[in-house]
Design a protein. Structure first.
Length: 404
């Protein structure tokens, strides 16, 4: 009798579950930006008591027990949109840019960590960012340091790791690895200076060695940047600061609004940086960046993206100096024992001085990337990617604390 009752209860539960599943209606749609016609990732699509977020292609899927419903669509930096939808018809929702309002950030148990990525993008939009160093600082709990001048890849500290210049942190841009598997200055060396902040659409990150999809160098964390497929406007900026620091940057849209309506976009970006730095020996830091991107929606399910970038950096480094030399007010001398004839920064040495003015370096990198993205059934996607990278690195270091 007990077995009969148990079997009957299980059967009734199955019948009720199947009935409830059949009663659910599936709502599908895509959320895009009104100006650029590009998909909006992590937008929240909700009805009372239920919410989902869009994927990287702007698509969403929502199960409801009714044939029609009023959907509320929100994303930080956009105006909230309400759309009436029917389960039988996929809906296209366009969002207009608006003021940044924290009320638009939705945090619900079913949304996992999507809200935190949204908050990270707020930092990207509102904080002053004018270098790849600033982009790295946007990651919560990640700290960077720089030595031997500004041209080397940053020293990364995250999750208790001194990750060197990228040995324990996987860094990528548009799926292309930045880490150099083999490098004279350390395995995993990740020089991100080719990145122009104005071209960044968003970034993703994760802490810990739990992300097998990102491969090697993910012992401490991974950091993935994505560049914009399209611009909402062209811009040119000029900035200046202390220590003879200035920067000129621009992003230029190359195609018309009509081309964007047809799913075609292209733009170029350029940047020039210069600074003498805070040390007494002028750093003469110079960096040129050039970036270009073209994307084309080939059909409803396939999108082609072509990207090319190049940069070069030269600088003079003050280098490390021993604390005892600073404390003693040591006078720097050359290889013959004569006083170094650079009294403005070397005699006597202070904490902003230098011993060997020949230190410094030059780096350059060229990237070419082709990517074909395909939408498959059941919200699956497939990316086929081919990239080419050439990196050049020259560093002059004097670790002996003697002049050359």
């Amino acid at each position: 009798m007990h077995l009969f009752k148990t079997t009957t209860c299980i059967a009734l539960l199955l019948i009720i579950s199947i009935s409830m599943c059949r009663a659910q209606k599936i709502y599908k749609g895509t959320v895009i930006d009104q100006t650029t016609r590009q998909p909006v990732e992590y937008a929240t699509v909700s009805t009372p008591g239920k919410a989902v977020t869009t994927d990287k292609n702007g698509n969403f899927r929502l199960n409801l027990p009714v044939d029609s419903a009023m959907l509320t669509v929100s994303f930080i930096g956009y105006t909230i949109q309400q759309v009436k939808a029917e389960s039988a018809k996929p809906v296209l929702i366009t969002l207009n840019r608006g003021a940044i309002d924290l009320k638009e950030v939705v945090i619900l148990p079913g949304l996992n960590n999507n809200s935190f990525h949204t908050l990270g993008n707020i930092d990207l939009n509102v904080r002053p960012v004018n270098s790849s160093q600033d982009l790295l600082r946007l990651v919560p709990g990640l700290f960077i340091a720089q030595h031997m001048g500004g041209g080397k890849a940053e020293q990364i500290f995250v999750r208790g790791f001194d990750a060197d210049h990228g040995t324990d942190v996987n860094v990528s841009v548009d799926g292309m690895p930045v880490n150099m598997v083999s490098h004279i200055h350390g395995q995993g060396y990740a020089d991100l200076h080719f990145l122009i902040p104005e071209t960044i659409a968003g970034f993703d990150y994760g802490k810990g060695p739990y992300y097998t999809g990102y491969g090697d160098f993910t012992t401490a964390a991974y950091l993935a940047f994505n560049t914009k497929d399209a611009l909402d406007k062209s811009t040119i900026s000029m900035e200046g600061g202390q220590f003879h620091t200035f920067r000129v940057a621009g992003v230029i849209d190359l195609l018309s609004a009509r081309a964007k309506q047809n799913g075609e976009n292209a733009y170029i970006a350029g940047e020039y940086n210069y600074t003498d730095g805070a040390f007494l020996l002028p750093e003469h830091y110079k960096r040129f960046n050039l970036f270009g991107k073209y994307s084309k929606q080939l059909n409803a399910d396939n999108k082609l993206t072509l990207t090319a970038s190049a940069f070069t950096t030269t600088w003079t480094a003050s280098g490390e100096i021993p604390e005892r030399a600073v404390a003693a007010g040591t006078t720097a001398v050359d290889a013959s024992g004569n006083a170094y004839n650079l009294p403005e920064y070397a005699n006597p040495i202070n904490r902003f001085g230098t011993i060997d003015s020949a230190q410094g370096g030059k780096t350059s990198r060229v990237n070419v990337l082709a990517k074909l993205s395909t939408n498959l059934k059941n919200n699956w996607t497939m990316d086929n990617q081919l990239y080419y990278t050439h990196y050049s690195f020259l560093l002059r270091v004097n670790s002996t604390f003697f002049c050359q």
